[in-house]
Design a protein around this ligand. Structure first.
Ligand SMILES: Cc1cc2nc3c(=O)[nH]c(=O)nc-3n(C[C@H](O)[C@H](O)[C@H](O)COP(=O)(O)OP(=O)(O)OC[C@H]3O[C@@H](n4cnc5c(N)ncnc54)[C@H](O)[C@@H]3O)c2cc1C
Length: 258
C-alpha cells in the first residue's frame, strides 16, 4: 500500500536468520519496483515519531516478484535494531525509486572478467547479478561469454548467508566461480574451505583466475577497509579508474569524526 508519493509500505513475507546478527527478509512492495541488479533500495522504519532511512543492496533478481535484503545488525546503530525487530506480516517503508550504479559492466569488449570482492552482507548485489544472469543463461539470453569470479569473505562459516545457493550456481554455470573465505577458521574446525581475509587473498585469486587489468573489471562491496586495501592491491596490479566499481557500506567511525 502506498503511503505517500515517495514511499511504499511494503509487507515482509519471509525472514531467515543466519546468525544472531545476520538475517534476510523478502518483501512485497505491493506495486511496481523496477531496478537493475546491483542497485539498492532505501528502506525506512519509524521509531519514536522519527523516520530513519538507510540504503540496502537488493539481493533478489528483477525477475523475482518480491525484493530480498541481507542485513547485519549494528547494535549501536539507529536503524538496524528496529529493522531487526520486524517479522513476517510487518511493514517496512521503501522509497519507490531504486538507486545506485554498482551494476555489472558488460560494455567494455576487452574486459569480460568480473572480479567481485565482498565482505559478509556485501555479497548482496553479486547474488542479484548471478541470479539474473543464471536465469538469462537458461533462457538463452546470456551466452556465458562473461566470467564472474566471486571472492566472498566472512569471519565465520555461518555468516555467508548465500553460500549454498552460490555453490549450486557455480557447479552448474561454467561462467561463475565462487570462493568463500573465513578469517576466523579456529572458531569452526569443520571448515575446509579457503581461509584469510578477502584483501589478503585478492592477489592470489586475481593471478589464479587470470584477472588482469587488461581483461577485468573489479567490484568491491561492503567493509570500507577491505575496499581501501583491495583498491591499493589492484592498483599495484595495474587496475585503474575504469577497472573499478565500489559500494562502500559505511564510513568508519574515526573517519566520520565520531
Ligand atoms: C549503497 C549502500 C548499500 C548498503 N547495503 C547494505 C546491505 O545490503 N546490508 C546491510 O546490512 N547494510 C548495508 N548498507 C549499510 C546500511 O545502509 C547502514 O549503514 C547499516 O545498516 C547501519 O545502519 P544503522 O542505522 O543501524 O547504523 P548507524 O546509526 O547509521 O551507524 C552507527 C555507526 O556504525 C557504523 N556502521 C554502520 N554499519 C556498520 C557495519 N555493518 N559494521 C560496523 N559498523 C557499522 C557507522 O559508521 C556509524 O559509526 C549499505 C550502505 C550503502 C551506502
Amino acid at each position: 500500500m502506498a503511503i505517500d508519493e515517495k514511499h511504499y509500505r511494503a509487507r515482509i513475507t519471509k525472514r531467515a536468520d543466519f546468525a544472531p546478527d545476520l538475517w534476510m527478509i523478502r518483501i512485497d512492495p505491493g506495486a511496481e519496483f523496477a531496478f537493475a541488479p546491483g542497485q539498492y533500495a532505501t528502506l525506512g522504519v519509524e521509531k519514536d515519531a522519527r523516520r530513519l532511512e538507510r540504503p540496502y543492496s537488493i539481493v533478489s533478481s528483477p525477475y523475482e516478484r518480491e525484493i530480498e535484503f541481507f542485513f547485519e545488525l549494528v547494535p549501536h546503530g539507529q536503524t538496524t535494531p528496529p529493522l531487526y525487530d520486524l517479522q513476517p506480516g510487518d511493514e517496512v517503508l521503501m522509497r519507490k525509486v531504486p538507486k545506485g550504479r554498482f551494476t555489472l559492466d558488460t560494455s567494455q569488449p576487452a574486459r569480460k572478467n568480473h572480479l567481485m570482492l565482498s565482505t559478509v552482507t556485501g555479497v548482496a548485489p553479486f547474488v542479484s547479478y548471478v541470479r539474473t544472469l543464471f536465469a538469462d543463461w537458461k533462457k538463452g539470453k546470456f551466452a556465458g561469454d562473461h566470467n564472474l569470479f566471486l571472492l566472498n569473505g566472512a569471519s565465520r562459516p555461518w555468516e555467508f548467508g548465500y553460500r549454498e545457493e552460490l555453490e549450486r550456481f557455480s557447479q552448474q554455470a561454467p561462467w561463475f566461480t565462487y570462493v568463500p573465505t573465513v578469517s576466523r577458521p579456529w572458531e569452526d574446525a569443520s571448515w575446509k574451505g579457503e581461509v584469510g581475509r578477502v584483501d589478503d587473498l585478492i592477489r592470489k585469486y586475481a593471478d589464479h583466475w587470470g584477472c588482469t587489468a587488461a581483461t577485468s573489471i573489479a567490484y568491491l562491496c561492503g567493509h570500507p577497509e577491505m575496499i581501501e586495501h583491495g583498491k591499493g592491491i589492484l592498483k599495484r596490479l595495474g587496475f585503474e579508474k575504469e577497472n573499478f566499481k565500489e559500494e562502500v557500506y559505511w564510513v568508519p567511525a574515526k573517519a566520520a569524526g565520531a
